[in-house]
Ligand binder design. Structure first.
Ligand SMILES: *Cc1c(COP(=O)(O)O)cnc(C)c1O
Length: 361
C-alpha cells in the first residue's frame, strides 16, 4: 500500500482529489509557525508576530504546496510534461515533483538572475533548463504561447491547482492558532500566494460538509513588493523590474485582478520597500530570532515592522508574516551582507584560539 504524507493527504476533503487519485507528494506543508520573541521588544510595540516558515518545505519554498497539487492533477489528466517560467523557486519545485511523478520538466529562467541555490537544485533534479536573455515576465509570455504548440502542462500559478495547494497554508495557521490572525503579511510577485491565502481563510470560515459559516474572522491582507518591482503600488504594470529580491522581480503580475479583489475584500493594502529595508529585515530575523529566509521573504516582515511602527497595524494585533523561501537559496546575497562579520583566520594553536574567544566575550 502506498503511504501518503503531505498536505493533500491531510486536507483532501478541501482539495480537488478523489480516493483513487495518485498523489505526487514529497511530504510538503505542516511548516513551523514561529512566534517572534525579540523583534516586538526591539521595535517597542505590544504586538504578537508569527512567521510561517515556508523555507522548510521539501525544496525550500512555498512553491511545493502548489506544485504537489498541480503535478498530481497533471498526472491524473495524463500529461507527460510540465513547463514553467520561473525566478528560481518554481523551477526547483517543478523539477522535483516531475521527478517524483516520472514526467519531464521544462523550465524557462532569466539568465544570470536566479539565486545560486535554486539553480543548483534545478540542475540536480535534472530538469530541462532553458535560459532566456529576458526577464521573468518575458519568460511567462513565452510559456503561455508555447503551451498552445506543444503537449506541456503549465505549472505557473496561473494553473488553478497551484492556488488550491497553496491555500492550505492558511488552513494550517487557523488550525494552530485556533482562529485567523488579525493581519497577514506576504511578499508579492505574481500575487498568486496572497490570493491563495485569502481563498484558504475564506474557505476555512465555512464548514466543508454543511457549508455553514463557522466564523466571520478573516485577516486584513497586506502585500509588500520591492520598490523597483512594485506594479501594485504603481497601479499599473511595469516593464523593467529590478530588485535584489529576485523571487519577486516581476513587473507583470499574473494574478493582478484576483489580488486587487483580495485587497478590497480584506480591507488590506499593497505597499513597497526598498532593497535596503528588505535586507535589514532579513538580517534582523536571522540575528535576533535565528530564522534565515531569502531576501524576497523578508519583504513581509519589513512591511509589517514599518506598518506596526507607523500605527497602521495597531498595538494588540496578532500578525502572521509568510517567509516564502529558505535563506540557503541565496547564499551570495547573505554573504555579501556580512562583510564586517567575515571569519578571521588565526594560528592553529591553543593560545590563539583562547585569545579569539576571550577577546570576543
Ligand atoms: C514565488 C515567490 C514569491 C512570490 O509569490 P507570488 O505568488 O508570485 O506573489 C515570494 N517569495 C518567494 C521566495 C517566492 O519563491
Amino acid at each position: 500500500m502506498t503511504h501518503y504524507t503531505g498536505l493533500i493527504a491531510h486536507y483532501k476533503d478541501r482539495l480537488p482529489v478523489s480516493e483513487t487519485t495518485r498523489l505526487i507528494s514529497l511530504g510538503e506543508g505542516n511548516t513551523p509557525l514561529i512566534q517572534l520573541h525579540h523583534i516586538p521588544r526591539i521595535i517597542g510595540k505590544n504586538v504578537d508576530i508569527y512567521v510561517k516558515y515556508e523555507g522548510l518545505n521539501p525544496t525550500g519554498s512555498f512553491k511545493d504546496r502548489g506544485m504537489t497539487m498541480a503535478v498530481t492533477k497533471a498526472v491524473e489528466e495524463g500529461s507527460q510534461a510540465i513547463i514553467c517560467a520561473s525566478t528560481g523557486n518554481t523551477s526547483a519545485a517543478a523539477a522535483a515533483y516531475a521527478v517524483r511523478a516520472g514526467i519531464k520538466a521544462f523550465v524557462l529562467i532569466p539568465e544570470g538572475k536566479i539565486a545560486l541555490g535554486k539553480l543548483a537544485q534545478t540542475l540536480m533534479y535534472g530538469a530541462q533548463i532553458i535560459q532566456i536573455n529576458g526577464n521573468f515576465d518575458k519568460g511567462m509570455a513565452l510559456v503561455k504561447e508555447v503551451a498552445n504548440h506543444a503537449p506541456v502542462t503549465i505549472v505557473n500559478s496561473i494553473n488553478p491547482f497551484r492556488l488550491e495547494g497553496q491555500k492550505t497554508a492558511a488552513f494550517e495557521i487557523v488550525d494552530e492558532l485556533g482562529t485567523a490572525p488579525d493581519y497577514h503579511c506576504l511578499p508579492v510577485g505574481n500575487a498568486g500566494n496572497i490570493t491563495a491565502y485569502w481563498k484558504g481563510y475564506s474557505e476555512y470560515a465555512t464548514d466543508s460538509a454543511t457549508h455553514k459559516a463557522v466564523t466571520n474572522k478573516r485577516p486584513v491582507m497586506c502585500g509588500y513588493q520591492a520598490a523597483g518591482a512594485a506594479p501594485f503600488t504603481a497601479g499599473h504594470m511595469i516593464d523593467n523590474p529590478e530588485t535584489i529580491a529576485t523571487a519577486i522581480r516581476i513587473g507583470h503580475p499574473q494574478s493582478w485582478d484576483l489580488a486587487w479583489n483580495v485587497q478590497r475584500e480584506s480591507n488590506g493594502w499593497f505597499d513597497s520597500l526598498t532593497d535596503a529595508e528588505i535586507l535589514v529585515a532579513q538580517k534582523m530575523l536571522s540575528q535576533f530570532e535565528g530564522v534565515f529566509c531569502e531576501p524576497a521573504s523578508a519583504a513581509s516582515l519589513a512591511g509589517a515592522i514599518r506598518d506596526i511602527k507607523n500605527g497602521k497595524i495597531p498595538e494588540g494585533s496578532r500578525i502572521v508574516c509568510t517567509l516564502t523561501g529558505n535563506g540557503l537559496k541565496d547564499p551570495d546575497t547573505a554573504i555579501s551582507q556580512c562583510e564586517e562579520t567575515r571569519p578571521v583566520t588565526i594560528d592553529a594553536s591553543l593560545d590563539a584560539v583562547k585569545r579569539a574567544i576571550l577577546d570576543n566575550m
